[in-house]
Design a protein around this ligand. Sequence first.
Ligand SMILES: NC(=O)C1=CN([C@@H]2O[C@H](COP(=O)(O)OP(=O)(O)OC[C@H]3O[C@@H](n4cnc5c(N)ncnc54)[C@H](OP(=O)(O)O)[C@@H]3O)[C@@H](O)[C@H]2O)C=CC1
Ligand SMILES: N[C@@H](CCC(=O)OP(=O)(O)O)C(=O)O
Length: 418
Amino acid sequence: MDIKEYMQTVGRQARAASRRLAGATTAEKNAALLHIAAAIRRDKAALLAANAEDLAAARAAGLETAMLDRLTLSDKGVDNMAEGVEQVATLADPIGEMSDIKYRPSGIQVGKMRVPLGVIGIIYEARPNVTADAAALCLKSGNAAILRGGSEAIRSNRAIAALVQEGLQAAGLPAESVQVIDTTDRAAVGELITMREFVDVIVPRGGKGLIARLLAESRVPMIQHLDGNCHVYLEEEADPNKALKIVENSKTQRYGTCNTAESLLVDRSVAGLLLPPIAAMLTGKSVEIRGCAETQAIVPNAVAATEEDYYTEYLAPIISVKVVAGLDEAIAHINQYSSHHTESIVTDNHPKAMRFLREVDSASVMINASTRFADGFEYGLGAEIGISTDKIHARGPVGLEGLTSQKWVVLGDGHVRG
Ligand SMILES: NC(=O)C1=CN([C@@H]2O[C@H](COP(=O)(O)OP(=O)(O)OC[C@H]3O[C@@H](n4cnc5c(N)ncnc54)[C@H](OP(=O)(O)O)[C@@H]3O)[C@@H](O)[C@H]2O)C=CC1
Ligand SMILES: N[C@@H](CCC(=O)OP(=O)(O)O)C(=O)O
């Protein structure tokens, strides 16, 4: 396959489809979504079989447990995927919404209309349900999508893409509105991120290796959805029960997700009280603790943390721990080491909690809640394309609105400028 030629074809088709999609009615888009959901349910066995092939290859390649977990489609996972697509059909269609229409002294009316971004290229991890979620969100927001999932999921993604295209065609929309790149060759990514004439926005969901390449090579604007080096900070007025529950959920509910906590900060005045039960819980779940010298003095089985540990997103049962002097040091530490994804303070002190919210420079900042809540569904967006760690256009969980823009509209009646 000539990758350049192939990607040019994909891009040209996506651009043509995006023109049709921009004018698609809500009824057409919802019909396609409901057909896709029904096809996913109907072909559950085939999807599970394709996924089993991906899993067998990934196991043979020695993929880690957390990554296998992410790649796995269970029986219930397929149902959830279909349900997710159905939920997107129930969401309000943002496209065409007019707002802020005002008369100007000249007599014209000026306002805004919500419109799709156009063609969105999404590069994401080996998690098959993202293929259905991303397809559904792009479709409902009137965007054509070019999807490049992790190579380990290629068979699952191909199978899902076929059902998505079936649903699009059944609703009279172009099948090329959603295309899954049919090769794992990373040269295709190189083409995708430089096809300015065909691609309006790149949404990269991934880690540091991906972003290093994109920053060096991308010619297309990006909304970065990057790594999550997320923190939980136990302030001196933290309720011990809440602290234990929040650390447990933030760190151990899922090890491979970007909103999992990777680092724990504890105020010096309460470290002796709070750390032992938390360390016992973590050790009981085989989580390795990498701590500062003060942590090691309280938690004998903690190994010494290096400077690098505090910058690290483990995506594994490992956590870094640091004892801090108080709120100022905690905020400074987070702003230096975090990837600006999600951070949480545990405290019953309202003024300090409010300072944490204002001064921590991350996409989601929480009080007395698990970092695992950083998710479009949990935030009420209905679904998410991912969690933006960028500051411009969209920050944090990105739903339908984040995939749109607004253009100015002017309504006149023969008006001319004097
Ligand atoms: N903020 C968010 O919404 C999300 C963030 N993440 C983050 O993603 C990371 C984990 O996922 P992981 O799969 O390990 O991430 P990777 O960055 O390794 O891979 C993600 C995608 O990027 C591709 N990719 C990676 N490097 C390159 C490259 N140099 N050139 C071309 N393509 C590349 C991968 O393809 P290939 O298969 O070829 O490796 C894959 O499709 C974590 O850091 C996690 O926090 C994950 C999900 C959501
Ligand atoms: N929305 C997700 C988090 C984002 C995500 O998909 O993360 P990842 O496991 O890194 O692919 C969740 O909390 O369920």
